[in-house]
Design a protein. Structure first.
Length: 229
């Protein structure tokens, strides 16, 4: 992952809520595969991926997933992300593209933070908001170490700068390998007209010779409600 991340407030843009397509997707994809190149050696037990048993598993029974909430207008930039079931509680920093064309993640010195791609939708707006985080560093587990253990039905909360909390529910967890990678399917909206959230980190196995992970963990969630914080 990139060592730099922009913390600047996202400027207003007519591009808000648009799908990311074509060349931009290609650049994002290239950069995503480079994230793991400087992490993973020092974590006890080897590559810090967690349990990948949830990969590709959709909600298969029990209580049905809730209906989606209509996308929101006037959503403020995210400042915090909470996933109680995974004990993930992280500040959010705005970020753009790094030198390799991928989404710039927070620096390893701030591996407890996550990065929100400012050129895409704000969480709660129509489209897929992209949030990235490290799985590990050379010394320790990072914020999204447990992300691959998420299951359909897991609740995710994003707090905006104005204190409003947008509530999402996970519907799918995938480990996406580079050999069969479909960028639009992995990172684009899963259903038109919804407000979605995509949480992304490194996954697969860690290739020590090439110093990179072989896959990305992609958690797909959608908006189910909102409340005052």
């Amino acid at each position: 992952m990139s060592e730099e991340a922009s913390a600047a407030v996202r400027p207003e843009s007519t591009a808000r809520g648009r799908l990311i397509t074509g060349t931009v997707w290609a650049l994002l994809v290239l950069g995503l595969w480079l994230w793991g190149r400087v992490a993973g050696d020092g974590v006890p037990g080897g590559p810090a991926l967690g349990d990948v048993s949830a990969a590709g598993r959709q909600f298969a029974g029990g209580e049905p997933l809730p209906a989606p909430h209509d996308p929101l207008d006037g959503v403020t930039r995210p400042v915090r992300l909470d996933i109680d079931a995974l004990d993930v509680h992280a500040p959010v920093v705005g970020t753009g593209l790094d030198a390799d064309g991928g989404i710039a993640a927070p620096p390893y010195a701030r591996a407890e933070s996550v990065g929100w791609y400012e050129a895409g939708p704000v969480p709660g707006e129509e489209g897929a908001a992209l949030v990235v985080g490290h799985v590990d560093t050379d010394e320790r587990r990072a914020v999204f170490y447990p992300l691959s253990t998420a299951e359909p039905g897991t609740r995710v909360e994003v707090t905006g700068a104005d204190g409003t909390v947008t509530e999402f529910v996970v519907e799918r967890v995938d480990v996406v390998q580079r050999e069969r990678f479909d960028a639009d399917r992995a990172y684009g909206p899963r259903q038109e007209g919804r407000a979605e959230l995509r949480l992304i980190t490194c996954g697969g196995t860690f290739d020590r010779a090439r110093r990179t992970y072989t896959s990305n963990v992609v958690v797909s969630a959608y908006l189910t409600g909102t409340r005052e914080g």
